[in-house]
Design a protein around this ligand. Structure first.
Ligand code: C5P
Length: 232
């Protein structure tokens, strides 16, 4: 069954790896369409999906909502208690939360707190799944270095800003296109230049540029690559 809380999936032992599972690792800058593709992959191949950015967003939101400073132990406790359902909460989607997430994500200790959980999801997903798909910034470079499939999904900044702006409009968020553009640009810079787990494309990952591709066309490309390898 799917773990209900992060704690259920922590465990003290060394990371166990299920054998013969399909692991898909995706890295991408914000709003490039990685989440959409990851969901399609998880559905099509029956894989457990984790949007790793949501965990950083959760911590970023804690920071925004509380004036008092949290210790790392308190953050760990909070993380242990959150339900995976909560990661779908719409309050995590705002621009303020995204920026706060990007700030706290520079912190090595915070990254270490969430890494163990993420790797368990990748290597030891619930039995009813054939494997896992994770998306984020450091999935190929740090978390699931030996993934069976590695995709670097990107799109040009204007396209990403337009897509994110449209999403905010649907959620009735008051934000201008220029604000979205600048915010994504700042986040790109911060995520690429930070010391721990910076976003970068590895040589062995497959580049998928979604600027001119529809969701469907993009998935078709990914599916062709995966089917070819899985048939062998
Ligand atoms: O993907 P999303 O936009 O939800 O991520 C929010 C922020 O969390 C990113 O800007 C990034 O700084 C951080 N993040 C990270 N490592 C990941 C996923 C997200 O540092 N694997």
């Amino acid at each position: 069954r799917i773990f209900k809380t992060l704690k259920e999936n922590r465990g003290k032992n060394k990371l166990k790896k299920r054998k013969n599972i399909i692991t898909v690792a995706i890295d991408s800058p914000a709003a490039a369409g990685a989440g959409t593709q990851a969901k399609l992959i998880s559905k099509n191949y029956n894989l457990f999906y984790l949007d790793t950015g949501k965990i950083y967003r959760y911590i970023g939101k804690l920071k925004l909502d509380n004036k008092k400073k949290f210790t790392y132990t308190q953050i760990r406790k909070k993380i242990n208690k959150i339900r995976l359902d909560y990661l779908k909460n719409k309050s995590l989607l705002s621009n303020e939360v995204a920026l706060s997430a990007s700030k706290i994500a520079k912190d090595k200790k915070i990254r270490n707190i969430v890494h163990k959980f993420q790797q368990k999801c990748a290597y030891n997903p619930p039995k009813k799944f054939r494997g896992s798909v994770l998306d984020g910034r450091d999935i190929i470079t740090v978390q699931v270095k030996d993934a069976m499939f590695k995709f670097f999904i990107t799109a040009n900044l204007n396209v990403r800003a337009k897509r994110r702006y449209d999403e905010y409009q649907k959620l009735n968020k008051k934000i201008t296109y220029m604000e979205v553009f600048k915010s994504l640009k700042n986040r790109d810079e911060s995520d690429k230049k930070r010391k721990y787990g910076p976003l970068k494309k590895t040589k062995d990952s497959i580049l998928i540029n979604t600027s001119k591709l529809s969701k469907k066309a993009c998935f078709k490309k990914i599916k062709a690559i995966m089917d070819k390898k899985l048939k062998n």
